[in-house]
Design a protein around this ligand. Structure first.
Ligand code: GRF
Length: 206
């Protein structure tokens, strides 16, 4: 099996626990990759502290004037930085903005996102809360390729978790995150091992 070493650029807005799971998988030699750059649209996001602790180059990316998307000057700068650092795989790890076509065109079929729900249910924000309010018995997470829509690209991996009677949004999200931290490194491993192909929306794993 021909394994190619992924050169990962991470975009995140929050605590960075998913980025941490990727860094840990690399350290444990379970994933052949290197995190080349971490960018955050939130100046004091914990993900930047985590990156610093691991000696990973990281920067705040000022995305003004937009609040919910990555477009215009910031998008151009983002693409340039990712290229400058040699990234070939872009990981959206809790990045709370819609990414637009320019970024997708710059890294075709190489932008991955993790979403805290079993897509296509509960797209958008606080998906675990939506799931709880809806009353589903199973929640979970999805790793997918990013396309022009919101949480709509071809699905690579899903991992379910049960919803318990006494769950709060916080306890359910915590249980989902345990699975996220397995799913994202696993999806990246499949990519690095060249085991993923897709026809239309359907992703096939060899
Ligand atoms: C995760 O639950 C992810 O699914 C969602 O945002 C959260 C980010 O968590 N998109 P972290 O910053 O990786 O800890």
């Amino acid at each position: 099996m021909a394994v190619s070493k992924l050169k990962i650029g991470v975009l995140g807005s929050g605590s960075g626990s998913n980025m941490q799971s990727i860094v840990d998988a690399i350290a444990a030699k379970m994933l052949c990759a290197e995190v080349k750059l971490v960018l955050s649209d939130v100046q004091d996001a914990k993900i930047l502290d985590r990156a610093k602790r691991h000696g990973i180059p990281c920067q705040w990316l000022d995305c003004a004037p937009f609040k919910t998307k990555l477009e215009g000057v910031a998008e151009e700068r983002c693409i340039q930085l990712l290229r400058d650092y040699g990234c070939d795989t872009i990981v959206l790890a809790g990045f709370m903005r819609i990414v637009k076509q320019e970024l997708l065109n710059a890294f075709p079929n190489r932008v991955l996102n993790i979403h805290p729900a079993l897509l296509p249910s509960f797209k958008g924000i606080a998906a675990w809360k939506q799931a709880l309010e809806y009353g589903v018995k199973w929640a979970g997470c999805t790793v997918h390729f990013v396309d022009a829509g919101t949480d709509s690209g071809p699905i690579i991996i899903q991992r379910p978790v049960p919803v318990l009677d006494d769950d709060t949004p916080e306890t359910l999200h915590a249980r989902i995150q345990v699975e996220e931290h397995k799913a994202f490194p696993e999806a990246l491993r499949l990519l690095s091992e060249g085991r993923i192909s897709f026809i239309g929306r359907r992703v096939y794993v060899k």
